[in-house]
Ligand binder design. Structure first.
Ligand code: NAD
Length: 384
């Protein structure tokens, strides 16, 4: 039985438009329990509202209250700048709406803590956006690690690398200002993507040492005059994680807006005494698996194909890309909401977002003091 799901979008910019586009590809999913349609948009920008009107979305409003007060809307997608997350997410919960909220799920740790407390107290189904782990190569790497392929864990690395900020003339936008992006800067923008798989595998950082870099301090404003660009551009976090054998292994998270040559590279690597995995969206059709062949150390290159978390009509030999990852995330979100996800890979949880914020707040403290910062006693319960 397929349940129609009426979705209202708050924030019809880059990500809101992606959702509208992907609902048009919903038929690619096989036997999905839900059928979403985007029925409403709220956005304060007249130009954005015009775009959504032209796209034929029935309700287009400036004030998001219109969507919150509409009992015919089942689910909200909340995709606005970070300084607006807390109020909007709390309002959505107070209105009793289920939602997928964009990361970082609050502008800072305090805001995320208040949102997650309200989620825990409500009976709404709420998850956090993070789609890149849905690439088939990432899914394969995750399954291998969860199945114990590493043995004793040696080291974990994950990252999301951009490079468009190499252009010093790129105009300022809200993501490059502390007031709207948050003190955590690039970590708020890219960090949840990097944290999702490690946290899902139960790798809670116990100690954090951060290297934060603000490379470009000003950018052209709307009238061409230079204005402050006061967010962290690049962040490298070196962490220690408790291992099952009583040791602590190193984990590195890299989030960079200025990584020369990397347009939008997400990667996950995990190494152990018995095996290893490597996947990068830069080479999305392959992932690498380490093991022993005839007693020799060997990295094998595997082509996982278009084998998605939720099955699709798409041929297994065809290439998988960013819009497919988003489709898979929404498939997982709506299937879990319908109680039909089974043991398939679930969307990031509010508690995982909160755990990532704890790390980012510790990273700021580490930068300020020049020391590593302990997270002992702060950790979220491991989620598998
Ligand atoms: N999951 C991902 O891969 C991914 C990628 C990019 C951005 N994001 C996240 O999505 C969110 C939005 O980012 P974006 O890139 O779409 O930004 P964007 O600037 O393209 O869009 C944001 C929209 O929100 C609107 N807006 C601002 N104030 C509003 C209000 N009070 N009510 C309604 N609408 C309002 C703006 O007019 C704009 O259209 C952020 O949390 C960001 O971190 C996620």
């Amino acid at each position: 039985m397929t349940e129609p799901v009426r979705i209202g979008v708050v924030g019809g910019g880059l990500m809101g438009k992606e959702l509208l586009a992907l609902t048009g590809r919903w038929n690619a999913l096989i036997d999905h329990p839900a059928r979403p349609s985007v029925v409403a948009l709220a956005d304060t920008s007249p130009a954005v509202r015009q775009w959504w009107e032209a796209a034929g979305v029935p309700t287009v409003a400036a004030d998001y209250r219109r969507l919150l007060d509409d009992p015919s809307i089942d689910v909200l997608y909340l995709a606005v700048p970070h300084d607006l997350h807390e109020q909007l997410y709390l309002d959505a919960l107070a209105a009793g709406k289920d939602f997928l909220g964009e990361k970082p799920f609050g502008i800072d740790l305090a805001a995320a803590g208040r949102i997650v407390a309200a989620v825990d107290a409500a009976s709404c189904f709420v998850r956090v956006s993070s789609e890149l782990p849905y690439f088939p190569g990432a899914q394969r790497a995750f399954s291998l690690v969860r199945g114990g392929a590493l043995g004793q864990v040696l080291e974990v690395r994950s990252g999301l690398l951009h490079s468009s900020d190499l252009d010093r003339n790129k105009p300022i936008n809200w993501k490059r200002r502390k007031a709207t992006c948050g003190e955590i800067g690039v970590m708020g923008d890219l960090g949840m993507h990097v944290a999702h798989l490690p946290l899902r595998l139960g790798w809670q950082p116990q100690q954090v040492y951060a290297l934060l870099d603000d490379v470009v301090p000003e950018r052209p404003g709307p009238d061409g005059a230079m204005v402050p660009c006061d967010t962290w551009d690049n962040a490298v976090l070196a962490m220690k994680v408790d291992a099952a054998d009583g040791r602590r292994f190193p984990m590195l998270w890299e989030t960079k807006r200025i990584a020369p040559g990397q347009r939008n590279t997400w990667f996950f690597e995990a190494y152990g005494m018995d095996g290893g995995v490597r996947f990068s969206t830069r080479t999305p059709q392959t992932m690498q698996v380490f093991g022993f062949v005839d007693g020799q150390q060997a990295w094998s290159q595997v082509q996982p194909g278009h084998r998605s978390a939720w099955p699709t009509v798409t041929g297994p030999i065809f290439e998988f890309g960013f819009p497919d990852a988003l489709l898979q995330m929404w498939a997982a979100f709506l299937a879990e909401r319908a109680g039909a996800l089974g043991d398939s890979f679930a969307t990031a949880t509010p508690h995982e977002a909160l755990a990532s914020h704890r790390v980012f707040a510790a990273a700021l403290a580490s930068h300020d003091t020049g020391n590593s910062v302990s997270l002992l006693g702060d950790a979220e319960p491991a989620q598998h």
